[in-house]
Design a protein. Structure first.
Ligand code: HEC
Ligand code: HEC
Length: 381
């Protein structure tokens, strides 16, 4: 009898505890998330070979949260560095240093990359070592030369701030902040960074008439030289492609005979991959100096001089850069000064001022207001 009473008492206490627990944590109850899909708008000529993982659909709520996080210095161990420190909108989400400085004494070992049109990228970083944005994000977060912080710590810090728990609830259904959710929201924001409104795009849409020089530059950019037929070319399109100006290829573009940074060889162990790096997007290239994985060139003129006169031979030099010349039997490209200038004028047609200035990608902490969700898709509508 006594035992029964005790037993009953324990059950009642348990039930009370469970009820209290559910009330205290209405978060842990199952919630129906009502999120709105974010419309990713891009021209048909970009193609549909995009990557959005099934378990991380792009929503307006998630994109806004990701944007808050992208500009959040609490993501770093010193609370001073955000993603935007090294990826600034006005520089097409790169920075203007050869190497960047994060939380540590050392700077990064490579040049910060522009974050445009990542929706189409499948191998991230200069050497293509990560396969998804979700996988990529944890690298800068935890790297001692970048943000030097663990995801658990970030989650812990954000959980205690007043603005974040409601944003996580709006996106994921509960206020609980986890590393996985941080990664997902950041990736959602990054997928929205689409650059498709440069004069070159307007030209492709029939809304812009290039100058004679720009058109000449475009033609040279896309053309492989065949001197015996009198065809002059800059031979760039082969690797840099068109019209996204982004190709999922890795090449050794002749920067060094013996490269200090072996690039893709570090991943594959193959000598043929020595000094091979990802063919970088040339979108907004006029604002992303310095250039190359190590930021060695300050100007586009220096880049053109490199391709024209200074390609360094090595066993892994791309075949697309061997013996390309505008002179019969020539070893160097031998474009004229005027031709190089025209190619640069074409490259400047890739500057998308909408991308560089749209408030939709800017720091939301500066303009944070209650009606934030309303403004998210504005630039698209
Ligand atoms: C201290 C500077 C620094 C910080 C902070 C930083 N990055 Fe980067 N980021 C870089 C550098 C440098 C690279 C190129 C590294 C490489 O290839 O090895 C890069 C590359 C990337 C890429 C690859 C782009 C591509 O086309 O492959 C993405 C995406 C990216 N960063 C996103 C982020 C996000 C998101 C954050 C914040 C969580 C962040 N970065 C924080 C410096 C930084
Ligand atoms: C064999 C393939 C190939 C050809 C041909 C080629 N490039 Fe490149 N380009 C690359 C690769 C690979 C990189 C990145 C190399 C690195 O950083 O080490 C690059 C980088 C660049 C960059 C710097 C990008 C950045 O974000 O820093 C510019 C600008 C550029 N190329 C312009 C041109 C122009 C103009 C031509 C034609 C004259 C051309 N390229 C021809 C493969 C090529």
């Amino acid at each position: 009898m006594l035992n029964d009473v005790r037993y009953f008492g324990v059950i009642v206490a348990l039930l009370v505890a469970i009820i209290l627990f559910i009330h205290a944590n209405d978060d842990s109850a199952i919630n129906v998330i009502s999120t709105d899909p974010y419309k990713l708008i891009y021209p048909a000529y970009f193609g549909n070979r995009i990557t959005i993982p099934e378990d991380n659909p792009t929503t307006r709520q998630g994109v806004y949260l990701g944007r808050m996080l992208f500009y959040e210095t609490k993501l770093s161990s010193t609370n001073k560095i955000s993603c935007a420190t090294c990826h600034q909108q006005k520089f097409a989400f790169s920075d203007n240093h050869p190497f960047s400085t994060g939380v540590g004494k050392n700077s990064t070992s490579r040049n910060s990359m522009s974050l445009a049109n990542l929706l189409w990228v499948r191998s991230f970083f200069w050497d293509g070592r990560t396969k998804s944005l979700e996988e990529q994000v944890t690298v800068p977060l935890t790297h001692p030369d970048e943000m030097g912080e663990s995801l658990e710590n970030v989650a812990h810090k954000l959980q205690r701030m007043k603005e974040y728990p409601p944003l996580f609830k709006a996106t994921f259904g509960t206020k609980k902040i986890t590393g996985d959710r941080i990664v997902k929201a950041l990736s959602q924001f990054e997928r929205t960074l689409i650059s498709s409104n440069a004069p070159y795009d307007k030209y492709l849409r029939g809304d812009y008439r290039p100058t004679k020089e720009e058109l000449h530059g475009l033609e040279l950019f896309m053309t492989n030289p065949v001197p015996r037929d009198g065809i002059r070319g800059g031979n760039c399109g082969f690797c840099h492609g068109t019209p996204k100006l982004l190709m999922e290829l890795f090449h050794n573009n002749g920067l060094d005979t013996v490269p200090k940074d072996i690039g893709r060889e570090k991943l594959t162990g193959l000598p043929a991959d020595r000094g091979r790096f990802r063919v970088a997007t040339l979108r907004n290239i006029a604002v992303t100096s310095p250039y190359m994985h190590d930021g060695r060139f300050n100007t586009l003129e220096e880049v053109l001089d490199h391709y024209n006169e200074h390609i360094q031979q090595s066993p892994s030099l791309s075949q697309f850069l061997q013996n390309k010349s505008n002179e019969p039997g020539g070893k160097r490209l031998r474009l004229t000064t005027k031709e190089k200038e025209d190619i640069i004028l074409f490259l400047k047609m890739l500057t998308d001022s909408t991308f560089l200035t749209t408030p939709a990608f800017a720091d939301p902490h500066i303009t944070a207001s209650n009606d934030h969700l309303k403004t998210i898709n504005d630039h698209h509508e």
